[in-house]
Design a protein around this ligand. Structure first.
Ligand code: NDP
Ligand code: 8X3
Length: 255
């Protein structure tokens, strides 16, 4: 079988970057996306030792840029087998009455509309080829609302709905659709949520052993390597010390 091609959004950091590394180890050809060009270039030059890599720098909020970038993919990378809809973040953690409108817009524009723009560009080729696999990165925040999570949770509930909707509408077209919904994963996520406040971000992952981005990459790899008739539709994963969005055992030393 010819080498598979994967497009990963949000490949400059965290879950997307770890998935890119694991895919590269397995010889998957990669289209890596993100806004930070220097990071994309650095990751590409590392992974090019293992596989072919094409990079695309665009902001998923910018519809024209998404469409233009995805149309620019060279022919040798254009038959995308695997789409990892991963780009996204939380912005702020405030009660709804104190929420910042720009934060709300960022989360809905990136996590929901950005995922739609990218999917809209990639799905027709998959339908044409009668094959493909779309993995949507949701969250436990899309399964359970937590205090001050309001709009971020809404954006991830939307990802959950879109994951189901895509699977329903693409049924019979040879395309797998599934979501991976992680709990707390130690990435740049909290640094972004708290607008660069590293000290506050670090406390989110202290006192217990959180998931690592490589743990999610492993699960994504498992999902994309199932036999052709098997589709992982919806998988939620938390670390041992997390029981729900609000219950995290932070007394690791006392166990
Ligand atoms: P990171 O902050 O480490 O990575 C986020 C990635 O998304 C970066 O590569 C970033 O690239 C990209 N991104 C963000 N905004 C944009 C944008 N406007 N346009 C294009 N790319 C963008 O966080 P994670 O790896 O943790 O997050 C990845 C996904 O996992 C997100 O969807 C998140 O909601 C989800 N998730 C995270 C959890 C966690 O606890 N960490 C738990 C559950 C789900 P760049 O800045 O270069 O554009
Ligand atoms: C990220 C997990 O609990 O910080 O989606 O919202 S949480």
């Amino acid at each position: 079988m010819s080498q598979k091609i994967a497009l990963i959004t949000g490949a400059t950091s965290g879950i997307g970057k770890a998935t890119a590394s694991l895919f590269a180890k397995h010889g998957i050809k990669l289209i890596l996306c993100g806004r930070r060009k220097e990071r994309l270039n650095a990751i590409a030059s590392e992974l090019q030792k293992q596989t072919e890599v094409h990079t695309l720098s665009f902001d998923v909020r910018d519809k024209a840029s998404v469409i233009g970038s995805l149309q620019s993919i060279p022919a040798s990378f254009s038959e995308i087998d695997i789409l990892i809809n991963n780009a996204g973040n939380a912005h702020g953690l405030d009660p709804i009455q104190e929420g910042n409108i720009e934060d709300w817009e960022a989360m809905l524009d990136i996590n929901v509309k950005g995922l739609l723009y990218v999917s809209k560009a990639i799905i027709p080729g998959m339908i044409h080829r009668k094959r493909g696999h779309i993995i949507n990165i949701g969250s436990t925040a899309g399964k359970e609302v937590y205090p001050k999570g309001n709009v971020y949770c809404a954006s991830k509930y939307a990802v959950d709905a879109l994951n189901q909707g895509m699977r329903i509408d693409l049924n019979g077209k040879g395309i797998k659709v599934g979501a991976i919904n992680p709990g707390l994963v130690e990435t740049e996520f909290s640094k972004v949520r708290f607008k660069g406040d590293s000290n506050r971000a670090e406390t989110v992952y202290q006192g217990y052993i959180p998931l690592q981005p490589e743990d999610i990459a492993d699960i994504i790899w498992f999902a994309v390597t199932r036999p052709p008739h098997v589709n992982i539709t919806d998988l939620t994963v938390m670390c041992l010390d997390q029981a729900s969005s609000t219950i995290v055992n932070k007394n690791y030393d006392n166990i």
